[in-house]
Design a protein around this ligand. Sequence first.
Ligand SMILES: O=P(O)(O)OC[C@@H](O)[C@@H](O)c1c[nH]c2ccccc12
Length: 256
Amino acid sequence: MTTILDKIIDKKREEVALLKQSALTYKTDRTPISFYDRVVASKTIALIAEVKRASPSKGDINLGVDPVEQATIYADNGADAVSVLTDTPFFKGTMDDLKAVKENVEIPLLNKDFIIDEIQIDRAKASGGDIILLIAAALNDEEMHRLYRHSKEHGLDVLVEVHDEAEMERALALEANIIGINNRDLHSFKTNLAVTERLMSRYGKEKAIFVSESGIKTREDAIRLKEAGARALLVGETLMLAGDVAGAVRSLKVEL
Ligand SMILES: O=P(O)(O)OC[C@@H](O)[C@@H](O)c1c[nH]c2ccccc12
């Protein structure tokens, strides 16, 4: 069965082929900021607040958003990192969004994209990304290892995303220190926070920071996920649609 992820990755291959043809190179001497260190030192659950204009599951979410304004509210109200979607065909984000946010916000930035090649990692770093995402469902073991190693060699944090036990085992085999548990099923698009609870009950003792991702709406959700053992939350839609963005960010920062 083909999922939306298969479609996105097919399109990404075209984008990467074009990137490689272009004469652009991505050299930078900037040192990324550590998200991992910040989470370890934090006394509250860490929040990665996401800038997401649209998504395959929801269609248009907030097309009028100013990414810099939104990210500034996130940072000013206690977010620990900002996730910026940079995929254009499916999420209507751009690399320019990431660069603009970098110029205005001092907390770590996650370049949220579908990484299948080293050139995207080099571009992420040169554009202000501090953390990159590797999605286990989109990569085989050889690719995961190679891209993970490349990111680490360049000083970037890596969020390795999993959705089930088999993917969790693959992330642990990498010795990933930041593992995201995606509550969204990529076939049905349904989110279920019980996915985090199920995986944490089995793997919660493993040595990694676990980030619960997707479908998080309320402070009660944050408390529930903290109690399951998550150290961080990744929240997009709820914050993109909030009338009071500042209040929504603050309400999710639960004490550990
Ligand atoms: O908007 P939500 O339900 O709060 O979800 C945020 C984030 O978890 C989601 O955007 C996401 C999780 N993994 C991804 C991979 C690619 C793109 C997007 C995502």
